[in-house]
Write a protein that binds this ligand. Structure first.
Ligand code: F6P
Length: 335
């Protein structure tokens, strides 16, 4: 028999404190919304969903029509679930409070409705990323939203690609599902996914290389020259984080978005990009840092906070970390 996302999470009940009917109801909101987004994307130019909306989001980015559709769909499906206390979206400046009653509104869902949306019009993979937090009892709801990533209850993403896949963790490994269009359900296709310990690819926007801090430049040069365990790396970059991450999870290697002159704090968002993917990476045996610290230990100060991100197989993440530490030690000696 097939296993859907909802049945899978229920089967984990023994290992997972949150595995109640309520929690699987939340996940069903996510799978429903992403199936609706998938249906729209699949139509491509046959629908009127392609192209820019003409508005700009909180990040100052031009909104695509599908950004707006994906956001409204997630807000609608999740906003109807009583267990949701608040929704935090890349597309909304402020959190949206759904159920302020602490006894019933237990969860906060943070999401990037359509990641990599500049790729939509050219028929290249895009995705949805989500993170589920539990409201901290006795604390104002706003404070509960700014939790470090190691407190996430669950996290996952959907890649809208040649097939549509749903990958999630609830702290007990990483599990992958593929949308079966014949029955309209995400069906379990890979249980307990593991990231290879070292991989063949690095994934980064190399156009920014000249503005990266020295250790990042040294690191990429080492990978190109085969100076990490003798392996010569190839480069792969889609420009949709979720798709670049998915390849890294399956094939191994490293994705990095270092600080640049244009984005000195890094470009990617901590709460709904770096945190969920870092949780998944660690659960699959990989690692994720901002250059110096573990991503999951960062205390967020605001909901749209940016961070630099190095995520992937342990060998590469450790090697970059060692170069950053060496640079810091050298600077200390000189001063
Ligand atoms: O955060 C949005 C995003 O599109 C990510 O999906 C992607 O990894 C990154 O930005 C691409 O940025 P750039 O175009 O600067 O390489």
């Amino acid at each position: 028999m097939i296993t859907t996302v909802q049945t899978h999470i229920r089967h984990q009940q023994q290992n997972f404190a949150e595995a109640s009917g309520t929690f699987s109801w939340l996940l069903s909101g996510l799978t429903l919304a992403t199936k609706m987004v998938e249906a729209k994307i699949r139509l491509g130019g046959l629908s009127d969903a392609l192209g820019a909306k003409g508005s700009v989001n909180v990040q100052g980015e031009v909104q695509q029509k599908l950004d707006v559709y994906a956001n409204e769909t997630l807000l609608h499906t999740l906003g109807g679930r009583d267990a949701v206390a608040a929704l935090v979206s890349e597309e909304n400046e402020e959190p949206i409070i759904i159920n302020a009653d602490p006894d019933s509104g237990k969860y906060i869902i943070v999401f990037d409705p359509l990641d990599g949306s500049s790729n939509i019009d050219v028929n290249v993979n895009v995705g949805t990323i989500f993170s589920i937090l539990k409201r901290t009892p006795g604390q104002p709801l706003e404070a509960s939203i700014l939790q470090p990533g190691h407190q996430q209850v669950a996290a996952g993403y959907v890649v809208y690609g040649p097939s549509t896949v749903f990958v999630y963790t609830a702290g007990n490994g990483v599990h992958g599902f593929t949308l079966d269009p014949a029955i309209g359900a995400f069906v379990l296709t890979s249980e307990q996914m593991r990231m290879p310990e070292q991989g063949p690819y690095y994934s980064t926007n190399e156009a920014n290389e000249t503005t990266w801090p020295l250790p990042y430049r040294q690191f990429i040069n080492r990978l190109r020259r085969g100076q990490l365990n003798g392996k010569t790396y190839s480069s792969r970059y889609i420009g949709s984080l979720v798709a670049d991450f998915h390849r890294t999870l399956l094939k191994g290697g490293v994705f990095l978005y270092p600080p640049t002159d244009k984005s000195p704090q890094g470009k990617l968002r901590l709460l709904y990009e770096a945190n969920p993917l870092s949780f998944i990476a660690e659960q699959a045996g990989g690692a994720a840092i901002d250059g110096t610290q573990r991503i999951l230990d960062l205390q967020p100060a605001s909901i749209h906070q940016r961070t630099s991100l190095v995520v992937g197989s342990r060998a590469e993440v450790d090697a970059l970390h060692a170069l950053v530490q060496k640079e810091a030690a050298d600077e200390k000696k000189e001063s």
